[in-house]
Design a protein around this ligand. Structure first.
Ligand SMILES: O=C(CO)[C@H](O)[C@H](O)COP(=O)(O)O
Length: 236
């Protein structure tokens, strides 16, 4: 008996393979967080193992990314050790037609924004379900907040028209704690007219560490799709 592969997983793998193929020997590579970039890290490890790729260094965007990079044999460096990142590859929860993003489904958006924004080239890898006409259509905006400021930040986002919800752990009692020891508010907005303005406004609230709106950071989006029953990768 054969088991049909989940089409979303197939699209993620294809797009991850296409992104991993864009990495050249000697590059410093930003390693994103999430299920799609987990495939990227695995494929980079495969290329290193086969000798097709040599001497790359990874800058992880999360504890999860560093664990996977070690598992697949990718040497890691910190931002203290390198001045530039040649290429960053990361996933996203929503992508609009201007290549603006909502990220942070894995609560890693703070480190992701630092690494992705530093990269000379930033490639986003998504399956086609992540494409939206307008940010905020399907996904709330994740905001990393210092634990002591959860109440005032929640009140401030309500004044901005948002509905905040403290992100809770799935296999853990209590809230999700980020790699930096903070908490995450997922904030639903009925519509986001100006993502750049909302990104700045949210980051100006005292106690907010970083929010998951990424404006003007993306160079390329690789989109995994199924066409005529076959997975294809489209570029935006
Ligand atoms: O922003 C992220 C983590 O903070 C991820 O990149 C985003 O949630 C997409 O994840 P996936 O590839 O699993 O769909």
């Amino acid at each position: 008996m054969t088991t049909a592969l989940d089409p979303i997983q197939v699209m993620k793998q294809e797009v991850a393979r296409a992104a991993a193929a864009r990495v050249s020997s000697g590059m410093v590579v930003g390693l994103g967080t999430g299920s799609t970039t987990a495939f990227v890290i695995q494929f980079l490890g495969d290329r290193l193992k086969s000798g097709d790729l040599k001497d790359i260094k990874g800058v992880p965007t999360s504890f999860q990314a560093s664990v996977l990079a070690k598992k697949y044999g990718i040497p890691l460096v910190t931002l203290d050790e390198v001045e530039t990142i040649d290429l960053a590859i990361d996933g996203a929860d929503e992508v609009d037609p201007q290549k603006n993003l909502i990220k942070g489904g894995g609560a890693a958006h703070t480190r992701e924004k630092i690494v992705d924004a530093l990269a000379e080239t930033f490639i986003v890898v998504v399956d086609s379900s992540k494409l939206v006409d307008r940010l905020g259509s399907t996904f709330p905006v994740p905001i990393e907040v210092l634990p002591m400021a959860i109440a005032p930040v929640s009140r401030a986002v309500v004044k901005l028209g948002g509905q905040p919800e403290l992100r809770m752990g799935v296999r853990k009692d209590g809230p999700v704690i980020t790699d930096q020891g903070n908490m995450v508010l997922d904030v639903k907005f009925s519509h986001i007219d100006n993502p750049a303005e909302l990104e700045r406004t949210l980051n100006n609230i005292p106690g907010v560490v970083e929010n998951g709106i990424f404006v003007g950071v993306t160079d390329w989006v690789l989109i995994g799709e199924i066409k005529d029953g076959q997975p294809i990768v489209r570029e935006m």
